[in-house]
Design a protein around this ligand. Structure first.
Ligand SMILES: Nc1ncnc2c1ncn2[C@@H]1O[C@H](COP(=O)(O)OP(=O)(O)OP(=O)(O)O)[C@@H](O)[C@H]1O
Ligand SMILES: [Mg+2]
Length: 241
């Protein structure tokens, strides 16, 4: 479903965000992608969606070789991948309804069907009251849930969530995680980028650990990772400074 072979990503400023990353994520798997701030998590998410191209190496997503993907095929790739961006990327001039409905409108669904699906998913994330609100009238956690609803509404085969619980209190984080795990149970491949140790320790799922662009661990999640703990601690220290 997702495969990377010797993937490197060097940005124009010379920063090497990914170095020789090799990994394989099977259909229907749930994986955490972790690592300190700047380790390359968001870069990897962007590469999987063809928002960034690797400098070298190969990336396969749902049978598509992204290295040779034509620009005209990119929308088909993205149609099958739901994404929750770290900074949400909501349209602030549009209502919550419009933000969530957009992918269904692009697919050409009928307005009645769109309304049904949008209200169903807003119900799931607990935002049914806010259908007509604008994103900036909502709290950070509520905006995050709009972003999650938008990613899920067209039932994508793959869900990439970049710090999906970053702005949520622990109870809501657990609810969102349960939602993501439910999705996986139904067959969706889910990748959650996070440096939230609470999530990693609570759910014990396969965990990919990036350190300065290198994939330094790939564990089943059952064994507590000495490396992950120390790297994530560094990160917290850095943020306090
Ligand atoms: N568009 C860009 N141009 C240049 N450098 C970039 C760009 N995007 C990211 N970087 C750099 O690449 C490295 C990896 O960044 P990335 O955003 O992938 O990290 P991250 O693991 O998602 O971090 P965080 O936990 O803070 O979100 C960092 O050193 C960052 O400064
Ligand atoms: Mg990031």
């Amino acid at each position: 479903m997702i495969q990377l072979y010797h993937v490197y990503k060097r940005y124009p400023n010379g920063i090497e965000a990914l170095s020789d990353v090799n990994l394989r994520i099977g259909e229907g798997e749930f994986v955490f992608l972790t690592g300190a701030s700047g380790a390359g998590k968001t870069t990897l998410v962007k590469i999987l969606l063809a928002y960034e191209r690797p400098t070298s190496g190969q990336v396969l997503v749902s049978g598509r070789n992204l290295g040779v993907l034509r620009a005209s095929s990119v929308p088909f790739l993205r149609r099958n991948i739901g994404v929750v961006w770290q900074d949400f990327k909501l349209l602030n001039s549009r209502t919550v309804f419009d933000n969530v409905a957009i992918s269904l409108e692009i697919l050409g669904l009928r307005p009645k069907e769109i309304a049904r699906r949008v209200s169903q998913i807003l119900d799931v994330v607990g935002l049914e009251k806010y259908v007509q609100a604008r994103p900036l009238q909502l709290s950070g956690g509520e905006q995050q849930r709009v972003a999650i609803a938008r990613a899920l509404v067209n039932e994508p085969a793959i869900l990439l969530a970049d710090e999906p619980t970053g702005n949520l209190d622990p109870d809501l984080s657990v609810e969102i995680m349960n939602l993501l795990l439910d999705l996986q149970q139904k067959g969706t491949t889910v990748m959650v980028a996070t440096h939230d140790r609470f999530l990693l320790e609570r759910y014990k799922k396969r965990t990919l650990l990036l350190n300065r662009g290198f994939l330094v661990e790939d564990t089943s999640g059952l064994e507590t990772s000495f490396n992950a703990a120390s790297l994530l601690d560094d990160d917290e220290e850095e943020r306090k400074r």
